[in-house]
Design a protein around this ligand. Structure first.
Ligand SMILES: Cc1cc2nc3c(=O)[nH]c(=O)nc-3n(C[C@H](O)[C@H](O)[C@H](O)COP(=O)(O)OP(=O)(O)OC[C@H]3O[C@@H](n4cnc5c(N)ncnc54)[C@H](O)[C@@H]3O)c2cc1C
Length: 444
């Protein structure tokens, strides 16, 4: 910390990857950090626990792409596809859905989103490697590359816009023909005859343990973890005095909202309205698999991550748009498992597989961009949430941006595209009930 700068008391609300990485950057800058988290840091309530574990500079393609609206009736009717929209949730989700479709209406719009996402994902593998090294857990970050598997070149060409956007944003990759693909991934079904290897990509062997390790490192450097749920802010003439929690007030000079899908209520308490929906996702982890990928694979026809992790082969994916507090639909894990059985024929038979199942909430804005920056209520309250599909990868840069803003420095990238003001007055008309936590069930 610069001599002239006074250390601040900073409350970080939520200990998923975003809160943990933010707390780490703040404590490195010399501030006094209190992490407020009602559950285990990196526990199954957090999206950070169960994600696909990809740290990918290629994840810059938004979910909403031109022509997506034509597929919406199919999403309502087909319960087995990778994206499902439940009828009952349609009325409450309609405003979010409308903005979501609008965000991908034209090629120019998705070009813009891809450019913005590239700014937070370009150096994600290096940022994670640095963070993991600083906390002494470099063993959790594997830089073995990420592989996209296609049936053939024609299937790859069908995703031409996505790969053009990646190329425009500086991504480099290697094309693998059938034989090279087989050499690299011998267990992959021969039905896949073309691959794209993103050599710069990385993955995390255990995202939940990684978050817990970051929090442990924060505490080892003097940070404090308070088991409480934040529910508001105490302000005096727009300056922050404390964060209110269910266990009393925590006095502080600055606060950062990093509460994933639950951030909307806290943003409201900071006078901001945000469109945030849960794109629910699922995982199944197959312990001690007999076959599987050597590096993380995304079979293009499954739209899911197949990631080797410490606990086994993690199959993560599915997008389910429904009420946040609806019961998990565990059939979605079975869809992932059935797809994996076809992708790696040596994996089966199904009856022998022990599968841990999990459902969690991607905290998603309709335009696919996180919300990072100061709140409307006070220059002392900051937003750092809404990372949707890319929160694991972009956690460390988010932490750095917030630490720089707190210290009154320029952020390392242009943060105007992440401002909460982009929701304008529209956010005011949107209200649904607050979400339940993520869920985990033990192996069958
Ligand atoms: C199936 C699936 C696959 C995914 N795959 C990937 C991937 O491969 N790569 C990638 O980069 N991203 C991926 N993601 C997205 C990524 O997991 C999320 O964007 C990221 O975890 C969000 O992190 P977070 O810290 O904002 O929220 P969370 O991890 O949800 O953490 C929020 C924390 O805040 C706490 N909290 C909530 N309310 C309060 C309160 N009032 N007071 C205090 N604390 C509170 C919660 O208990 C929780 O611990 C995936 C997500 C899913 C669901």
């Amino acid at each position: 910390m610069a001599q002239s700068q006074k250390p601040l008391r900073i409350a970080v609300i939520g200990a998923g990857i975003v809160g943990a990485a933010t707390a780490w950057e703040l404590i490195k800058d010399g501030h006094a950090v209190t992490l407020i988290e009602p559950d285990e840091p990196g526990g199954p309530q957090a999206a950070s626990y169960g994600n696909g574990a990809w740290i990918s500079p290629a994840s810059i393609i938004p979910m909403s792409m031109p022509g997506l609206w034509r597929k919406v009736p199919g999403y309502l009717l087909d319960p087995s596809g990778p994206l499902v929209l439940r009828w009952m949730a349609l009325p409450s989700l309609a405003p979010w859905l409308w903005r979501f479709l609008a965000a991908g209406w034209t090629v120019q719009k998705v070009e813009h989103t891809a450019r913005v996402l590239a700014s937070i994902l370009r150096d994600a593998p290096q940022r994670h490697a640095d963070l993991a090294e600083e906390i002494g857990r470099l063993d959790l970050i594997h830089r073995t590359g990420l592989l996209y598997a296609y049936r053939d070149r024609r299937a790859f060409a069908e995703e031409g816009l996505a790969w053009r956007l990646r190329k425009d944003n500086g991504l480099r990759w290697r094309e693998l023909e059938a034989e090279a693909l087989r050499r690299r991934e011998p267990d992959l079904s021969p039905d896949y005859r073309f691959g794209i290897l993103v050599e710069d990509g990385a993955h995390c062997a255990d995202p939940g343990a990684y978050v817990a390790a970051i929090v442990q490192a924060v505490c080892a450097r003097g940070g404090v973890l308070v088991r409480a749920r934040a529910n508001g802010f105490v302000l005096m003439n727009s300056r922050l005095e404390a964060v209110a929690t269910d266990r009393g007030q925590i006095a502080c000079d600055r606060a950062v909202i990093c509460s994933g899908i639950r951030s909307r209520a806290l943003a409201r308490a900071a006078s901001d309205r945000v469109m945030l929906a849960s794109e629910r996702g699922y995982h199944g982890v197959i312990a001690s698999p007999q076959a599987g990928p050597r590096c993380p694979v995304m079979p293009s026809d499954g739209r899911m991550a197949n990631t080797p992790t410490a606990a086994g082969l993690r199959l993560a994916g599915q997008v389910e748009l429904t009420h946040v507090d609806a019961e998990p639909d565990w059939r979605r894990v079975e869809i992932l498992v059935q797809h994996a059985l076809k992708t790696y024929p040596g994996l089966g038979p199904r009856e022998r597989l022990k599968i841990e199942r999990w459902m969690g909430h991607r905290p998603s804005t309709p335009d696919g961009r996180p919300v990072i920056g100061a709140s409307s209520a006070s220059p002392d309250i900051f937003h750092a949430f809404g990372h949707g599909h890319v929160g694991l990868a972009s956690g460390p840069i988010t932490g750095r941006i917030i630490a720089d803003l707190v210290s009154g420095k320029d952020a390392p990238i242009d943060i105007r595209p992440f401002a909460i003001s982009r929701f304008g007055a529209l956010g005011c008309f949107w209200w649904t009930s607050l979400p339940s936590d993520g869920r985990r069930v033990p192996p069958e």
